[in-house]
Structures are given as C-alpha cells and as structure tokens.
Design a protein around this ligand. Structure first.
Ligand SMILES: C[C@@]1(CC(=O)O)c2cc3[nH]c(cc4nc(cc5[nH]c(cc(n2)[C@H]1CCC(=O)O)[C@@](C)(CC(=O)O)[C@@H]5CCC(=O)O)C(CC(=O)O)=C4CCC(=O)O)c(CCC(=O)O)c3CC(=O)O
Ligand SMILES: NC(=O)C1=CN([C@@H]2O[C@H](COP(=O)(O)OP(=O)(O)OC[C@H]3O[C@@H](n4cnc5c(N)ncnc54)[C@H](O)[C@@H]3O)[C@@H](O)[C@H]2O)C=CC1
Length: 223
C-alpha cells in the first residue's frame, strides 16, 4: 500500500449497518466478499455492475440485495452510509472515491486501500464474538492467516460461551452494585475454566448459586 502509512492512520470500529444503504460497485469476487460481509450485518445492499459472479446473481435473484445492471454513476452514492469501489477499472474507482468524498460518504477502494476512508480486516465470528485482524494494508494474506490461527484457538464453543457470558453479565450487573466487585466477578467469569463450567453446568439458572460460584472463582484467582 502507499508509502508512509502507519498503523495509526486507521481507527478500528464495529459499525451498525442494519437496514442502512450500502453501495457496492463491481460484481467480481472482491465485490462478492465485501457484499457477503454486509449481508451478514443485515445492510441494505445496492450492487451496481454490468456483470455479476454466479453467487452475487443468486443473492440478487433471492432478493437479498438490489442489483442495478449497468456501470457506476455518481448518483448511485446518494443516501448511502458506506460505499465500496470494487470494479476492476482503477479510473472508475478513483472517480467514485472523489464523488463519495464530496458527498461525505466513507468509501473503500479495492485496488488502492490508502485512497479510501476505510479498509476491511479479516474476520472470525463466533456468535457475538468478533475477532478481526488487519495488517493496515501491508498484507491481507497475513491478516487471513492470523484469523485462521485464531479460528483454531477460539472454536465453535465460543458461540455458546458468548451467550452464557451475556446472561451472566446481566445477572451480575443487576445483582452486584459495587463496581470493583462487579469487575472482579466478571473477570473471573471469562477464564477458560469458568467458560467450560458455564457450558456444562445448569447453575446459570440459579442467580444466587451463580454469584457464589463467581465469588469463589474471584477468590481463587487472587490466590
Ligand atoms: C487495503 C485493503 C482494502 C480493502 O479491501 O478493504 C486491501 C487491499 C488489497 N488487497 C489486495 C489483494 C488481496 N486481498 C486479499 C484478501 C483480503 N483483503 C482484505 C482486506 C484488504 N485488502 C484491505 C487491507 C487489509 C490488510 O492489509 O490487513 C481482507 C482481509 C478482508 C476483505 O476483503 O474482506 C481479505 C481476506 C479475507 C479472508 O480471506 O479472510 C488477498 C488474499 C486472497 O485473495 O486470498 C489478496 C491477494 C494477496 C495480496 O495481494 O496480498 C490488493 C492487491 C490487488 C491487486 O493485485 O490488484 C489490494 C490493493 C491494495 O494493496 O491497496
Ligand atoms: N481489496 C481486496 O481485497 C482485493 C482487491 N483486488 C482489486 O479489486 C479489483 C476487483 O477484483 P475482482 O473482483 O477480482 O475483479 P473482476 O474482474 O472479477 O470483477 C470486476 C467487476 O467490476 C465490474 N465493473 C467494471 N467496470 C465497472 C464500472 N465502471 N462500474 C461498475 N462495475 C464495473 C465488472 O463488470 C466486474 O463485475 C481488482 O482490479 C484488484 O485491483 C483484488 C484482490 C483483492
């Protein structure tokens, strides 16, 4: 990517795009990957491209997105929350970048990451657990490799762990008023051992017993 870019040029964030208009220009594999992530987050996806991959075509036919079968026009950007220039025409991508900037719409530029307002990390989702890796444009393949490694360490059991934790945290927040005690209990709730216990025990049903287990775990941790 461009010279002089440092890690601090990018600000990591999780965006809520549900129901919001997001425009993807281009219908190749790169557009498909960006679209897939947007659909996962339930965005209102508008796809502008004369041609589509078979997968994108199937999503369009299934009504999962709105496809306009032609080349990009600046007006396609109107009212968008986010835009993605993923055509294989660098000039088209560049003019879309200019048009988006004028309209104040953040845009991702597939062939020149540094020319846009945001880039995408590689992502692993385990229910509500979202792990991301980015090399700030220096190496998408490295980001993808790191995510593959994290997928081994944080397996499908984390789907369940996250839901159990959501329940536990709700209980702790409603039953424990003291912030430092709350914090100690919630830290004790997320060790490997504790997560294993929540997955395998029915104690979650009983608030008093759950709190007793957490207090014990917090004491054990302090040693
Ligand atoms: C800057 C960024 C902007 C953006 O797209 O957001 C960008 C830009 C570019 N990518 C290029 C190439 C490749 N991109 C991938 C894959 C991914 N690219 C993704 C993100 C990003 N790519 C952002 C930076 C992220 C970072 O550095 O961490 C991932 C992580 C997420 C996603 O796309 O959703 C997804 C992995 C998903 C997964 O598998 O988990 C592969 C690997 C493959 O295809 O297998 C290759 C070939 C190998 C290589 O070139 O390294 C090129 C050259 C194009 C050309 O040659 O013309 C550019 C242009 C440039 O360098 O600016
Ligand atoms: N950011 C990333 O992760 C990666 C980016 N790239 C870059 O992304 C570009 C696209 O890659 P692919 O999807 O593999 O290309 P592709 O050639 O498969 O698809 C390009 C798509 O753009 C459409 N298109 C062309 N001109 C258009 C216009 N004016 N308006 C709307 N749509 C138009 C075409 O119909 C086609 O559907 C590549 O040129 C490459 O530079 C490549 C790999 C990864």
């Amino acid at each position: 990517m461009g010279e002089g870019l440092t890690v601090s040029d990018w600000y990591p964030v999780l965006l809520k795009v549900e129901g919001r208009k997001c425009v993807v220009f281009g219908g190749g594999f790169v557009a498909q990957r960006k679209t897939e992530g947007l659909l996962q987050a339930r965005a209102d996806v508008r796809l502008i491209s004369p041609r589509l991959t078979p997968e994108l075509r199937a999503w369009a036919e299934a009504g999962r997105l709105l496809w306009t079968e032609r080349e990009a026009e600046e007006k396609d950007l109107d009212g968008a929350m986010l835009a993605f220039a993923a055509t294989d025409d660098p000039d088209a991508n560049r003019s879309l970048a200019d048009a988006a900037r004028i309209r104040g719409i953040p845009i991702n530029i597939a062939n020149a990451g540094e020319a846009g307002e945001f880039i995408l990390p590689a992502v692993l989702r385990r229910g509500g657990l979202v792990l991301t890796a980015s090399a700030s444009g220096a190496g998408p393949a490295l980001a993808a490799r790191i995510i593959d490694e994290l997928a081994e360490r944080y397996g499908p059991e984390y789907n369940e762990n996250i839901e159990a934790l959501r329940t536990i945290r709700g209980i702790v927040k409603s039953e424990v008023a003291n912030p430092s005690e709350r914090r100690a209990l919630l830290q004790a709730a997320v060790t490997d051992e504790a997560l294993e216990e929540w997955r395998s025990s029915p104690r979650l049903q009983d608030n008093a017993e759950l709190l007793a287990r957490l207090r014990q775990r917090a004491i054990d941790r302090k040693g």
